[in-house]
Design a binder for this molecule. Structure first.
Ligand code: PEP
Length: 247
């Protein structure tokens, strides 16, 4: 059965309690557009508050520690996030892979802890501009995914992949529809190889990188695009829901 389009907002290190009004507005709008699945990943400090107030949208986190508890000052475990109301965790985002030197192995361990805590994984992947210009984008992205993905009991339900070319994140540049379709098709091939036709064929593959209401219809209409991971444009209900409506 085909899954609903999935539009996920990544608030990154933005948002305080005053921004809960945006989350409420997103939730109200999502109740009127049930054909699209809408979710947001606010900073840790807002997860529980959004969870308590939201009726329709799911709330998730932007990262977690791979361990369950212990002497890890400043870290948050997957079980803590689930306890706060998180339903999914975004992992392997390029900003974490770059600024925190996260390896594929670490990302995979984190994914295992997310699954053990009963949440879903949004696994990010994407190449930088140099890799694309060298014609190696597909090989790089598939290698990154192969090394970052854990085993799943039910990949179609537990996993979402987000293809986010690094050079398109927060830059205003977006990949062409042809490039997006080619990469998503290659990712689909890998998912079918890893999880079989039935499961691998159902995993949603999101596109991320400067998605806005103005370009959402074209991007979301592309083959194998099951939704979007949205950064900057997810910070206001108007622009975020403009994207969700285009799905
Ligand atoms: C992101 O960082 O996940 C992202 C897609 O950001 P933006 O939409 O701002 O490019």
């Amino acid at each position: 059965m085909a899954q609903r389009p999935y539009i996920v907002g990544n608030w990154k290190m933005n948002g305080n309690r005053a921004m809960l009004s945006e989350a409420r507005a997103i939730d109200r709008a999502a109740q009127r557009h049930m054909k699209t699945e809408v979710a947001i990943a606010p900073p840790y400090t807002l997860i529980h508050a959004v969870h308590r107030e939201a009726e329709q949208i799911a709330v998730g986190a932007q990262d977690c520690h791979p361990g369950e508890e212990g002497a890890h000052t400043g870290d948050i475990s997957a079980t803590m996030l689930a306890d706060a109301g998180a339903k999914f965790v975004i992992l392997g985002h390029s900003e974490r892979r770059t600024a925190h030197a996260e390896s594929n192995e670490l990302v995979r361990e984190k994914a295992e802890s997310v699954l053990a805590a009963g949440m879903r994984v949004i696994m990010c992947c994407g190449e930088d501009e140099k890799t694309r210009d060298a014609g190696k984008a597909e090989k790089f992205v598939l290698g990154q995914l192969r090394a970052s993905l854990p085993e799943f009991q039910n990949a179609a339900e537990q996993l979402t992949v987000a293809y986010e070319p690094i050079w398109a994140i927060g830059t205003g540049k977006t990949a062409t529809v042809e490039d997006i379709e080619a990469m998503h098709k290659a990712i689909r091939g890998l998912l079918v190889e890893l999880f079989g036709e039935e499961q691998g064929g159902e995993v949603r593959i999101l596109y991320g990188g400067s998605v806005k209401p103005e370009n959402a219809r074209e991007i979301l209409g592309a083959a194998e695009v099951g939704g979007a991971l949205v950064g900057g444009a997810s910070l206001t209900a108007d622009s975020f829901m403009g994207i969700a409506l285009a799905a």
